[in-house]
Design a binder for this molecule. Sequence first.
Ligand code: 6R9
Length: 665
Amino acid sequence: MSVTWALPFETKIQPKLNGNKQVTIETYKEIHQKSIEDFRGFWASVASELEWFKAWDKVLDDSNPPFYKWFVGGELNASYLTLDRHVRTWRKNKVAIIWEGEPVDENGNPKEKRVLTYYDLYREVNRVAYLLKTKYGLKKGDTIAIYLPMIPELPIFMLAAARLGVVFTVVFSGFSADALASRINDSEAKLLVTADGAWRRGKIINLKEIADKALEKAPTVKDVIVVRRVGINVNMKPGRDAYYDELMKQVPLDAYVEPERVKSEDPLYILYTSGTTGKPKGIVHDTGGYLTLLHATMRWVFDIRDDDIYWCTADIGWVTGHSYIVFGPLLEGATEIMYEGALDYPQPDRWVSIIERYGVTIFYTSPTAVRQFMKYGDEWVKRHNTSTVRLIHTVGEPINPEAFEWLWKLVGRSEVPFGSTWWMTETGGIMISHLPGLYLIPLKPGTNGMPILGVNADVLDENGNPAKVEERGYLVIKNPWPGMPLTIYKDPERYVKVYWSKFPGFFYAGDYAVKDRDGYFWILGRADEVIKVAGHRLGTYELESALIENPAVAEAAVIGIPDPVKGEVPVGFVILKAGYTPSKELEKELQETVRQKVGPIASLNGIYFVSKLPKTRSGKIMRRVIRAVVTKSEVGDITTLEDEASVEEIKKALEEFRAELEKTG
Ligand code: 6R9
């Protein structure tokens, strides 16, 4: 059964052109077609714009699909490309990062601001690299873990590791001790960088305490570097822990470390992301392909120029921050804002005050943030001058046309190019987007636009045939692209299974999508059990495992349900063990278990106690069925997708489940 989507296909809007080259849809399609026909040659020409220590011998090694290798034989270094290259030019003392801390004074003005030029960053990164190399003996092939809030030391440690060819894995500071421990263990990190604490909405989070708990279960870490951020007393384990500021006193101010010549296909980092089942997947990104994609998208999508003030509001703990706060903007020698805290703290206009204070020109944010701002009302926005903004994009989840229109009108003056960039941790960088820096096609509120040049994306039906126009299908990428994963760390079989098996030969993204009659893509949301809460990716499996760890719980299922602000929120369904009865207290306790096990970002929006969960014959919980019941959506929508159970069985389970839910309210 096919599903047709009523989307506002017809609303085309024309941004004001500011040196952007407007083209017709047909022209873009022609240019795009050429770029994918010879995608190797196309990407090679993009890659040649970077500075390589050694040129590649082969653009793409496709001898062992899907383990593709880009620019084989080439050598480069990410720290060199983001720093050394700029300090040799007039950009030496150009501002790289303007950092603003969250705390404010009694007048509501930010208390702390740090301005780092390219030369400042270069010097600091060299000194940290020196520290890691001489004091800790780290070298190419080693791995470190970084668990830091949004402070400049976070990009500094990432770049210092990259300078040495040391692989890093950043763990979002909103994750719990368990989540941190499992990531350290999987990546076998030898050293952990953390902070005493973090500021969040005026409160201190005891990061070091969480890290200590994690380290009890993470024996690979032998050394810990602690950055003092909030100035609280923390427990320091002798022989293991050392303060960053004290360590740095020993490092010469002019320390220089030769950037390691890493191979294009050498890993730059591992970033863990939630999947449908099992523990988080360690997505491994290469160096050469990844940087090539970032270089391209910074220019095409963000139209980045030297006089821009670029602001991406993401946290570096997620892929958006890796690609579009750390590596992308710095690769281009851009000036960017890095903000530590909540966008609406201490008042709903914090974000607009930042745009005004620094004259932000390019604004990259999330639909959840926009919907939250919208709820506070227009007045907060109108208090500030945002007329510097010339380009807007969102990321992380679909943007509803209302949120689009609101931001476009209020901050974009109904004239700036505004897009919704589709991509994921696995793709490394933006894949489907408007390209105002290159060729601009008419915008439509809510669409993602078309695949970028060199990327052949499509929407397929269940049988692998191209879906009809306006018919919902699965999003795939049909050609290898620079920035694609090398593998899932220590689990290549899983890499093949998750991404390359549903439609052999093609990368399966796990998203539902529609192509409209103009060929625009609309990504509708996940086709699997990954949920996006406020744009953050969470796996139902992790939440369910947390619930099951509570002694009262026999079985648990978690699903995402629509939420007007956060896009989706998780709700839990729990079967209690004999001897336990549902109560408000127990619900609270379970909430706490989830927060403890996964982290504060994972609060459940309600727990339902049930006696039975709908399952397939093989015992798999049918979350889709639960979701259909809870959201009162069409069951027909589900039956075609469940391959493990007969339609009748699903219907029966559904009815039973619905009846029970109605009883409990
Ligand atoms: C960058 C990032 C990936 C998932 C992806 C999709 C959703 C991201 C989107 C979007 C619609 C957009 N997604 N951008 N959906 N429109 N512009 O978010 O990576 O955290 O790995 O999540 O996010 O569902 O599959 P990640």
